[in-house]
Design a protein around this ligand. Sequence first.
Ligand code: PLP
Length: 224
Amino acid sequence: MSIKENLLNIQSQLPERVTLVAVSKTKPVSDLMEAYEAGQRIFGENKIQEMTEKWQQMPKDIQWHMIGHVQTNKVKFMAEYVSLIHGVDSLKLLEEINKQAKKHNRVIDCLLQIYIAEEESKFGLDEAELDEILDFVQNDKNAMKNIRIVGLMGMATFTDNQNQIKKEFQNLKAIFDTLRDIRLKSDAIQVNTLSMGMSGDYQLAIECGSTMVRIGSSIFGGRK
Ligand SMILES: *Cc1c(COP(=O)(O)O)cnc(C)c1O
């Protein structure tokens, strides 16, 4: 199947509330353009340099999502154009995003990455760290005017055990619901996005309440 067919096939399965991020990491601009011609406008990348090169070459109505782990010293390279950063996992990083966004007179949307998997290797915050960051942002009257926390992101354990994946997604959804219902809204905290689900588990993620799926190989084919 072509990229276009894959894309339309997946799009047709998504409920209206779910946004599709086409994860194009490692793929050439020609592949991304095929998706673009088929109507896709949101692309996800996990390396800032690669994303920036693609941003420079491609139409400017594309929204670029950073889905990978972000090093603080590289935020400046994407601050001019990035539309959503999925993997924010520290206050230090949030402060740097705020600082760099300010230089470009922008407000950058961020998702806080929550650790839900059993594996040691995945990045993310636990619930106590999440609360700490939210408390800071909420109580800090004059600081962070150039970021907006719009939700949460998480990755399930890489396993065939559907029950385990489901449990992890349900856990993240529960944290998301608590946040959305209990946290006072402020300019800097407007929770509406739950980014969970990839090629192998997006149907399950949607069942569990995802509002944003990040799909790569099912659209563009496997990566080396
Ligand atoms: C690569 C990647 C994806 C997409 O993975 P696929 O299995 O190819 O759909 C989603 N989220 C993150 C954070 C990724 O790094």
